[in-house]
Design a protein around this ligand. Structure first.
Ligand SMILES: [Fe+2]
Length: 179
């Protein structure tokens, strides 16, 4: 008997239609795979309604934020011509995958997990990316998209995702503050 609730590749592709923008078939598979690994490890059956941040009132879900950051980054990359679009899309789509380990659901509430208190999502996301075999350039984007990245030299694609992520986060903060 198959479990209808078990997430599969199609579920991920439906959540993140931008996966289809990745030209490299192997990279496309690995982006889908890392989300499935994170869902299984975090114990999530569905991820549609997880908030993207616990730091300000949830203005968007993790899926909406992930798609928005990816599409903003793609728009900038199209204007520049000097960035690797596949890496931009893959990095955008996976930069927050570690949040599936950083958060947990308890009594209908999403809270920070014990794991998340000890290991932030850029670190856990990087680890899962390496585990499934995503290219180092993508794992680097995940590892360096937050403050953790201040300690390394970001690639151009990582600079792009870092900025697009903070455009979305800072606007959420500003909106929450009533501006
Ligand atoms: Fe993010």
């Amino acid at each position: 008997m198959t479990d209808a609730r078990k997430p599969d590749t199609e579920y991920i592709k439906k959540l993140f239609p931008e996966v289809e923008e990745i030209q490299d078939a192997n990279l496309k598979d690995l982006v889908t795979k890392v989300w499935l690994v994170a869902m299984e490890r975090g114990g999530w059956e569905r991820i549609d309604s997880i908030p993207f941040t616990l730091l300000v009132p949830p203005e968007a879900t993790l899926v909406e934020h992930t798609r928005r950051v990816t599409r903003m980054a793609m728009a900038v990359a199209r204007e520049r011509y000097d960035l690797d679009m596949d890496i931009v899309v893959a990095g955008g789509l996976t930069h927050d995958v570690g949040k599936l380990l950083e958060y947990e659901e308890t009594g209908g509430q999403i809270i920070k997990s014990r794991f998340g208190a000890l290991v932030r999502h850029p670190v856990s996301g990087y680890a899962m990316a390496m585990e499934v075999g995503l290219p180092l350039e993508v794992a680097h984007i995940i590892a360096a998209h937050s403050a953790e990245g201040e300690k390394v030299s970001r690639t151009p694609e990582a600079i792009l995702i870092n900025h697009c992520d903070f455009i979305d986060f800072d606007i959420a903060k500003s909106t929450a503050a009533g501006f």
